[in-house]
Ligand binder design. Structure first.
Ligand code: C2E
Ligand code: MG
Ligand code: MG
Length: 637
């Protein structure tokens, strides 16, 4: 029970502040603070209510605990002033229940009690009191404590609000970050997809969909690694090139050519095992990497299977197209350091296969590679040789077999390499032909020989009808400026066209018969004579001879060499001579090395011959001496 203290009015009177100045009652945000006063004494209630109202607070009053709890829950006050000693429910219980309910738990409760034992205060704080004021109280103290509690609560609420704001911001930020992460992941996935597509493009051939050269090189590098790591591992690479594909493209058009390549790719795919790699290298070239070779003969078997598979005709737009492939095979060896070298060697082998017989296969042989290297070096050296005048002409006499008189000479080119010594024409002429250098070389030979022969004629060393034989390569013969070149040489040297005889192999004539016939006729018009060299080694078709304006045929030395041994050869040479005579063609026997051979040829009625038995090819000086000597001998004889 709360008793009114006699001190109270006095203290109230002593208060420095006038009740009409309600400055403290307004809380944060200028809201009027609402205080619930609980006391079982109506006069106490009234007194406190007046006091607080005068301070600007909004006040509600409760005469017992249960009313107070109901009022607090219905409209939670900002603060509760609570008496302890009350009938039915004391202040402790009221406070306990208020603190237990969520809606009222945070409302600060200040106990106002006459109980002044420490025990009572401890108990009050234990049930959740915010403060404790002992009656009789001083007004100032009550007001200050109220004010403090309200400020404390406002601060707590503010902190709570700030925390809530912070929490909301953190949540929002987290959400933003999660979204950003999702976006990033999606972007990364898209980028990966684009990268994969680019990689796919970079490693695949768009026409056939097969992997390409870059992909193959990668697989080859892997195979070389496997080879280095595993002793019994073995693999092989097949390099495929379609034969005469250009012809297909030129005659049937590029779109059909493309369709054919696609069809070839499809057929090849049927053959490739899952562990193998089939690629299109470009153009009409494909490669098949046999990643595991169980048997050394496997690549050859596969090559045969490929050739068999492609031999069936391709039906493209109501057309039947036939294809053959030349295949180069290389075996994986530990000595290979780079995948490109495997590809290079397979390519070299493929070219060898093609050169030997289209539609065949060839296994790479390191010696072949060395030969290629050699040929390359030879090419470079030959270019220098032409510029540095390292070439020289030798002249081999051609004689009348019956009289032994000089009929003419054959000019033969010689190359003295500064470091490698003498290089026979059989070695460097094919290189010159392959590289096109033959045009320049041939022009030099023709000019030098004509000039030399003219000088000898002028010097009276040789007869006026002396014949100069000059070898002409297929490539020279087919060159558009060939005739012009000859005219120019004859004009510049003054050498008579009637003394010139051009030696050509059968293939030069047969490779392009129409053009050959026209060129030969043009030469004939200039009274230049034509000779078929190495007769019997090429097409050996006697029937074509009459179609061309040929003057001479030179029987190849292989026939002459076996003359004495085999009757069969003798009959063959006799047949050639008989046929030549019938056609009005002069025959020259090449490579006569013995007196017996010369004698046999005379018996066969062969008029002219050439060979070591009479004279080896001689330098210009040696030939001049030879002529002088012969002249002296015949004068003496
Ligand atoms: P070829 O035109 O049939 O020349 C005859 C070859 O037989 C020459 O070889 C000659 O030295 C050789 N020979 C001559 N008599 C005998 C003999 O009794 N026994 C043996 N074993 N050989 C004999 P060479 O000079 O080595 O020329 C080889 C080939 O190179 C020539 O064959 C010719 O096809 C070509 N050649 C030489 N010089 C030239 C040239 O200036 N231009 C062109 N395009 N080819 C040339
Ligand atoms: Mg010749
Ligand atoms: Mg010959």
């Amino acid at each position: 029970m709360m008793a009114l203290m006699p001190k109270f009015p006095m203290l109230l009177m002593n208060s420095a502040r006038h009740p009409s100045q309600p400055t403290q009652a307004l809380g944060i945000g200028s809201r009027q603070m609402y205080i619930l006063v609980v006391d079982d004494k109506p006069q106490n209630l009234r007194l406190l209510a007046d006091l607080l109202s005068a301070e600007g607070y909004s006040v509600r009053k409760s005469l017992n605990g249960s009313m107070a709890i109901t009022a607090a829950q219905a409209s939670p006050p900002d603060l509760i002033l609570l008496d302890i000693m009350m009938p039915e429910m004391d202040g402790y219980e009221v406070c306990r229940q208020l603190k237990a309910a969520a809606a009222t738990a945070t409302i600060p409760v200040i106990f106002l009690s006459a109980l002044d034992e420490a025990f009572d205060k401890v108990r009050a704080f234990q049930v959740g009191a915010a403060d404790y004021v002992t009656k009789p109280f001083q007004v100032e103290e009550v007001l200050v404590r109220i004010k403090n509690q309200l400020a404390l609560r406002a601060a707590q609420q503010q902190i709570q609000q700030l925390n809530a704001d912070l929490e909301a911001r953190v949540q929002e930020r987290t959400h933003q970050l999660e979204q950003a992460m999702l976006d990033l992941r999606q972007e990364a996935a898209e980028r990966q997809l684009v990268q994969a597509q680019l990689l796919d493009l970079a490693l695949h051939d768009p026409l056939t969909g097969l992997p390409n050269r870059a992909y193959l090189l990668d697989r080859l590098a892997q195979s070389l690694d496997d080879l280095a790591a595993t002793a019994d591992h073995s693999f092989a690479l097949l390099f495929l090139d379609c034969d005469r594909f250009k012809l297909i493209n030129d005659s049937l058009g590029y779109s059909l050519g493309d369709a054919l390549l696609q069809a070839i790719a499809e057929r090849l795919q049927q053959l490739a095992q899952p562990q193998d790699t089939l690629v299109r290298l470009g153009g009409d070239e494909f490669a098949l990497l046999l990643a595991v070779c169980e048997e050394p003969s496997q690549p050859m078997q596969v090559a045969r299977q490929i050739q068999q598979l492609l031999s069936a005709p391709f039906c493209l737009r109501q057309r039947e197209v036939f294809v053959s492939v030349s295949i180069g095979i290389v075996f994986g060896e530990r000595s290979y350091e780079q995948p490109e070298h495997l590809l290079r060697d397979a390519d070299t082998a493929m070219h060898r296969a093609k050169a030997r017989q289209r539609g065949s296969y060839h296994i790479f042989d390191p010696a072949l590679y060395l030969a290629t290297l050699h040929a390359l070096q030879l090419e470079t050296d030959l270019r220098h040789a032409l510029q540095r005048r390292e070439l020289e002409l030798h002249y081999q006499p051609i004689v009348d077999l019956a009289s032994g008189n000089l009929f003419g000479v054959e000019a033969l080119v010689r190359w003295s390499h500064p470091t490698r010594g003498f290089i026979p024409p059989d070695r460097f002429i094919p290189v010159a032909e392959e590289t096109g250098l033959i045009i320049e070389l041939g022009a030099w030979v023709l000019e030098t020989a004509c000039q030399q022969a003219y000088d000898w004629q002028r010097a009276g060393l040789v007869a006026a009808d002396f014949t100069l034989g000059v070898n002409i390569s297929v490539h020279q013969f087919a060159h558009p400026q060939f005739l012009q070149q000859i005219d120019q040489v004859l004009a510049e040297t003054g050498f008579s066209s009637t003394c010139l005889k051009l030696e050509m192999t059968e293939s030069a004539i047969m490779d392009n018969t129409q053009q050959a016939a026209a060129t030969m006729q043009a030469l004939r018009d200039r009274q230049i004579r034509l000779s078929i060299d190495d007769f019997g080694t090429g097409y050996s078709s006697l029937s074509y001879l009459h179609l061309f304006p040929v003057d001479t045929l030179k029987i190849d030395r292989t026939f002459i060499q076996h003359l004495s041994e085999a009757e069969k050869t003798l009959n063959l040479v006799a047949a050639i001579l008989g046929m030549a005579k019938a056609l009005g063609i002069v025959a020259i026997a090449e490579g006569i090395e013995t007196a017996e051979q010369a004698q046999l040829l005379r018996q066969l009625d062969c008029n002219l011959g050439q060979g070591y038995w009479f004279a080896r090819p001689l330098t210009a000086t040696a030939f001049a001496e030879h002529c002088c000597q012969s002249a002296e001998e015949s004068a003496a004889g």
